[in-house]
Design a protein around this ligand. Structure first.
Ligand code: SAH
Ligand code: SF4
Length: 346
């Protein structure tokens, strides 16, 4: 029988499974804390659990890990980019950033991505598999141990589309916010989506206090469908309707990500269209100079474009931030490290 993923079990599920092994509730709680708070990678480290039980556990279960395969530290700021190796040998990336209010980690939710956005390194590399909740947790745990820090904020903005791995992501959110686990509150978590509309409605029903970030990148279907294939399935009108519904159901402001690509989506006309599209929606826009992905042929917008674009949005009542690019020397953007590693290996 294949071993089961013990770190993806909720405390209730773990309690039930341990009861079958004859272990009382407090033992299950101890094991949960070893897995989630002490971040152990082996059952042998669980020093207050008997050797017999530890052996039994290691026969039945495995512990998901994220081992550091490669690490790049920016020389401009404290940004660290990790390439993690998972139990089955797959690779995912995460980026640790230091802000004045604490540490934020950007983690992956899938190995690769099916969505195929033309500007994205992950999208270009195809899809391999979904990550389990435990594998999302493991990325945070390894980064904490490696730097001897507590991470306060998590963004699901690494490789993969979180809403295309919906059930595992929701389970991860409940595990990470458990007071017997990493105890990172929903308000400290951001989930970024390319716009999987039905799942936005499903998420809205849960009324979580997370921040929803929507990768918009264009104010009209004609441009968006060219760069983001998901737009051919769920167009802008449907996406913005879902955003209104989400904001109404949760009372939360939505963040829009807008990668500025020279000559593609950065004209004044685009800015006016964007302002019209988002009129009346509680939102904020992050303008990000697009990161150059080898082979994609996109260039960053010029600085004066970014300034003009954000001024138009502001003068139309939409708050916009030109995002500071962290770790610009280490390709600290989605999928680039893995892509480079696999290209080096070929
Ligand atoms: N799949 C989700 C989350 C992962 S992508 C999503 O698309 O939202 C994380 C963010 O990086 C998204 O906003 C995505 O649009 C952006 N991104 C991807 N490639 C980029 C690039 N080359 N330059 C700037 N932003 C990029
Ligand atoms: Fe997938 Fe997001 Fe990259 Fe698009 S931008 S390919 S949705 S990871």
């Amino acid at each position: 029988m294949a071993q089961a993923d013990i770190k993806s079990l909720s405390l209730n599920e773990l309690t039930d499974e341990m009861a079958v092994l004859g272990l009382p509730k407090y033992r299950a709680e101890q094991i949960f804390k070893w897995l989630h708070q002490k971040s152990v990678c082996t059952f042998d480290e669980m020093s207050n659990i008997s050797t017999t039980v530890r052996e039994e556990l290691s026969n039945l279960y495995y512990i998901s890990v994220a081992n550091i395969e490669k690490k790049q530290v920016s020389c401009y700021d404290e940004t660290v980019k990790y390439l993690f190796k998972l139990n089955d040998g797959e690779y995912v990336e995460a980026v640790l950033m230091s802000y004045h209010h604490g540490y934020t980690i950007c983690i992956s939710t899938q190995v690769g991505c099916k969505m195929g956005c033309t500007f994205c390194a992950t999208g270009k590399s195809g899809f391999s598999r979904n990550l389990a909740p435990s594998e999302m947790l493991a990325q945070i745990q390894t980064a904490q141990l490696d730097n001897n820090i507590r991470i306060s904020n998590v963004v699901l903005m690494g490789m993969g589309e979180p809403l295309d791995n919906y059930d595992n992501v929701i389970k991860f959110l409940s595990l990470i916010s458990s007071d017997k686990g990493l105890n990172i509150g929903m308000r400290h978590i951001t989930l970024s989506t390319c716009g999987v509309v039905p799942k936005i409605y499903e998420l809205a029903k849960l009324k979580l206090q997370i921040t929803l970030a929507v990768s918009l990148h264009a104010p009209r279907d004609e441009i968006r469908s060219k760069t983001m294939p998901i737009n051919r399935k769920y167009n802008l009108a449907r996406l913005i309707d879902a955003c209104f519904a989400y904001s109404k159901a949760t009372g939360r402001r939505i963040t829009f990500e807008y990668a500025m690509i020279d000559g593609v989506n950065d004209s004044d006309e685009c800015a006016y269209e964007l302002a019209r599209l988002l009129k009346g929606l509680m939102c904020h826009i992050n303008l990000i100079p697009v990161n150059n992905v080898t082979g994609a042929g996109y260039k960053k917008s010029k600085k004066d474009r970014l300034n003009s674009f954000s001024k138009i949005l502001e003068s139309n009542g939409i708050t916009a931030t030109v995002r500071r690019t962290l770790g610009s020397d280490i390709d600290a953007s989605c999928g680039q490290l893995k892509r480079r590693l696999t290209e080096e290996k070929i």
